[in-house]
Write a protein that binds this ligand. Sequence first.
Ligand code: BYC
Ligand code: FE
Ligand code: FE
Length: 480
Amino acid sequence: MTSQLVDYDSLIPNNVGLADDPKLRRALEAWHPGYIDWWMSMGPEGFQVADVYLRTAISVEKDGWAKFEFVKMPEYRWGILLAPPIEGRTIPCGEHYGEPAWQEVPGPYRAMLRRLIVIQGDTEPASVEQQRHLGSVAPSLYDMRNLFQVNVEEGRHLWAMVYLLQKYFGRDGREEAHELLQRQSGSDERPRMLGAFNEETPDWLSFFMFTYFTDRDGKMQLEALAQSGFDPLSRTCRFMLAEEAHHMFVGYTGVARIVQRTCEAMNEAGIEDPYDAEAVRALGVIDLPTIQRKTNLHFSLTLDLFGSEESTNAANFFNAGIKGRYHEDRLDDDHRLVSDTYPVTKLVSGLLRPVEVPALNGLNARLRDDFIDDCQGGVTRWNRSIAGSGIEFEIRLPHVAFNRAIGEFTDIDVSPTGKVLTREDWKAHRDGWLPTSDDKTFVETLMQLEVRPGRFAGWISPPTKGIQNQPEDFLYVRLP
Ligand code: BYC
Ligand code: FE
Ligand code: FE
């Protein structure tokens, strides 16, 4: 019971008994100033003194875990919150299946666990860095607030991983925690660890695509780590997932509102051909093929985050019981998978086709497949809205082998429909499939700051309801 109560009065709000753990408290308090320095220099640019209507986690109960109030971002109460323990929880997979979950780091798996926690931790501040310029071109105060909400929560996710490193990994944990503030998205010397987190997020369409697709990789990876036999990691990730839902909501509704605005504008102007980019763009809205190209880009970049389709690392994580499958505890099999197989798409004599591989080696591909299913839902709803406007166009997720830089398909050129191409063919079609410099320039011209309460930039529809049901003209961000 005690562990569920959140101590909100101390410097670092927490439900991990920080007040009774002076060693850990000192380590975290020593890390805190560096974090604030990082936030001031790499966090949202130009809005650190604004009052923002933000939610802060104050409890870990299912209902009422958050409160909403105006805060300046550097004063946000970044806390350390673990989901309530599950009585009698056991290791959900691998060779220790059924044994009591570990409350301390299992010695033989220390290095593996540390690596997983560091990779997870590295992505959180990376996304804040990628998005730091977007506040100054926000399409509304509502959107600006959502961006900052996502940013402060990614900051909290960094705290969550740093807590695990400092509490359970001693000196090297402290060193890793320090390094997490040193690497920088897009840096030549010290880049972030995973590819997609070194890309630019140049505009709001990219931001919404990122939160739809890449934050959803976050969800899938957190779901897999929530199935860890290392219980503190599991509890940490379970609580992070509560926050993650909002990030994907921002992405889904963001793209939906752009699509809606484009279709409305086309109908008002009597334009029927979605491919007449010149006419559509002249209306000050984003043409649907550009949205498709951004989808292709962000989806394929995000697929790379799942690692190689066949991976002995993934097999080892699972065997050890430190990373499970999506919904491991709801799956009906032996949870060991030693003699099972899984179909993984591969290139076989020039054709892409499923090949059965040992299930343990195919776990990255399996999580990626679960991810693709999860992505499709929102895409289908975007398409329903386009069809409802009477416009003939469908947004499609590209083939898994399209535009990949990690794994099985790295060295081949594949069309969005899954056709294997020659280099020349790929080059000839590339600009129809991935954003061009012309797309970039056009979208950039639309990125103009709109801060009048209740007003929205012309390329995006207002949301159907406000945050916490606030009225449309609510002042979500009070600028100084
Ligand atoms: N980029 O066996 P392999 C989020 C490396 S997002 C660069 O194929 P494995 C968020 C790999 O390290 C979720 N390198 O893959 C979202 C290995 O190197 P070594 C983040 C890559 O090991 C939005 C080699 O290639 N969380 O939370 O299974 C906003 C062969 O590895 C990449 C996690 O990812 C890549 N894309 O790795 C904010 C969870 N892929 O060992 C936040 C933790 C692979 O040969 N991570 N490599 O030197 C993991 O579970 C796994 O490490 C990976 C796949 C999913 C990354
Ligand atoms: Fe996160
Ligand atoms: Fe997120």
